[in-house]
Design a protein around this ligand. Structure first.
Ligand SMILES: [Cu+2]
Length: 151
C-alpha cells in the first residue's frame, strides 16, 4: 500500500482546486478562451484597468454579464466613447456580447474592465479575476504590467 507524501497530497489538492477554479459551470457548453490579459500599474490612482481578449469558439453568442475579484472592492465593465467634442467618456456597461466565433477585444480606448480600489500591486504580480457568463464563470490570472510596456 502506497501512502501519499504530504507534498504529493498537497500537489494533488492544488491541482484539484485549480481545476475547479477554472470551470465554474458543469460543462454547460461554454467554449470561451481568454488571452492577452494584463493590467497596467498606474501609481497614485484608486482604480486599475484590465484589458483582455475573449474568444468565443462556441456556436452560440455568449454574454459577459459581470466580473468579480477578491483583489478589489468592486469590478465594473466600462465602455469608452469619444464624443463629438473629442472628450473621452467612460460609462458603465451592463453586459458585453461576444458573438459565436468572434472575439471581444478589451483594450486601451475601448471597452475594458475597471477595478475599483484594487489591492496594492507591483509589476509582475497577478490577480485573479472571474468572468461571469450567466450561470457559468471563467477564472483568469491577470498579470500587472508596466504602463510604459503597454505599447
Ligand atoms: Cu474605465
Amino acid at each position: 500500500m502506497r501512502h501519499l507524501t504530504p507534498l504529493r497530497a498537497l500537489a494533488l489538492l492544488m491541482s484539484t482546486t485549480l481545476a475547479l477554479a477554472g470551470c465554474g459551470g458543469s460543462g454547460g457548453g461554454l467554449d470561451v478562451s481568454v488571452t492577452d490579459a494584463r493590467s497596467p500599474v498606474v501609481a497614485g490612482t484608486s482604480t486599475a484597468a484590465v484589458y483582455l481578449d475573449i474568444t468565443n469558439d462556441g456556436d452560440d453568442d455568449v454574454v459577459l454579464t459581470g466580473v468579480s475579484s477578491d483583489a478589489a472592492t468592486e469590478v465594473v465593465l466600462h465602455h469608452t466613447a469619444i464624443g463629438e467634442d473629442g472628450a473621452v467618456t467612460m460609462s458603465m456597461a451592463d453586459e458585453l456580447v461576444i458573438p459565436a466565433g468572434g472575439t471581444a477585444t478589451l483594450t486601451e480606448g475601448g471597452d475594458h474592465i475597471m477595478l475599483i480600489d484594487p489591492e496594492p500591486r507591483a509589476v509582475g504580480d497577478t490577480l485573479e479575476l472571474t468572468l461571469h457568463f450567466g450561470d457559468e464563470a471563467v477564472s483568469v490570472e491577470v498579470p500587472a504590467t508596466d504602463l510604459l510596456d503597454a505599447g
